[in-house]
Write a protein that binds this ligand. Structure first.
Ligand SMILES: Nc1ncnc2c1ncn2[C@@H]1O[C@H](COP(=O)(O)OP(=O)(O)O)[C@@H](O)[C@H]1O
Ligand SMILES: [Mg+2]
Length: 251
């Protein structure tokens, strides 16, 4: 039986700036189920990153609340992992050093954390690159390290903010495919942000279409297409067309 792991109730966010208040998130009610792959899809600058930052506890909410496992989110925590567009990997650490960093900080023994890190390095397809440094890796490989690092903390929820946004189209398809394989093997609750409709449809159990800023939920779609999905499948293309019509044009 699935259950809600994240509950956003009347979630709102207003930034106070020198030029006045900027209202970015407007009363979002949203529940995310355990092991669900949820995609937040919306135009650029609508407030997607702000949503994720509020849910991850990186940014304080100003109205309403976010709860994870029934506990109010007020600050970042090891039960939540974040993967960004450009992973801030530690350039002075190897792939192994980066991936085992979280468990190391938490005091996990060397043998245990190495085993764990190796498992996730293998899972993301970086076997053989354990001793490479980030600047020796391609953009796609760096994102793989970021995913392995986030997974290695074994968080309950993974937040991914346009993690493939800067990759070339070919690498992006490959990363989507591999992320699906990883997720199917190691189920986690994932909240994934994108403004790419194909990416959303390829990955999601459910797509939440966000409005322009101040953002709210415009519409949601359960995506029941079998996996692995095919970008040129008839139903895939029909949904792509439908959702493209619904989403706001970026301001
Ligand atoms: N720290 C901040 N202070 C003021 N305004 C901000 C801040 N962070 C984001 N915003 C504003 O919030 C809006 C949404 O930003 P963001 O969440 O990054 O959108 P998205 O990720 O959908 O592109 C933008 O107009 C942006 O200028
Ligand atoms: Mg963003």
């Amino acid at each position: 039986m699935s259950r809600d792991i994240i509950i956003c109730s009347g979630l709102g966010k207003t930034f106070e700036t020198s030029r006045g208040a900027v209202h970015v998130i407007d009363h979002v009610d949203l529940k995310v189920q355990e092991n669900e792959f949820l995609v937040l899809f919306g135009p650029g600058q609508c407030g997607k990153s702000t949503m994720i930052n509020c849910m991850a506890g990186l940014e304080p909410v100003t109205q309403g609340s976010v709860e994870i496992h029934g506990k109010k989110v007020v600050k970042p925590g090891p039960d939540r992992g974040v993967v960004y567009q450009r992973m801030a990997l530690f350039p002075w650490l190897t792939v192994m050093g980066n991936v085992e960093y979280g468990p190391k900080v938490r005091g996990i023994s060397k043998e245990e954390r190495r085993n764990k890190a190796q498992y996730y390095i293998d899972l993301v397809g970086l076997k053989g690159f354990e001793n490479s440094y980030p600047n020796q890796l391609s953009g796609g490989m760096q994102q793989r390290v970021g995913i392995a690092r986030a997974y290695c903390n074994e968080p309950d929820v993974l937040f991914m903010d346009e993690p493939f946004g800067h990759l070339d189209a070919q690498t992006r398809y490959l990363m989507q495919e591999d992320l699906m394989k990883i997720w199917e093997k190691e189920k986690r609750t994932i909240v994934f942000v994108t403004n790419n409709i194909e990416e959303a449809l390829y990955l999601a159990d459910r797509i939440i279409v966000m409005t322009n800023c101040p953002t709210n939920i415009k519409k949601e779609y359960e995506i029941n297409l079998p996996r692995p999905r095919n970008y040129v499948d008839k139903e895939f293309l029909a949904l792509r067309e439908e959702i493209s019509q619904v989403v706001d044009k970026a301001l």
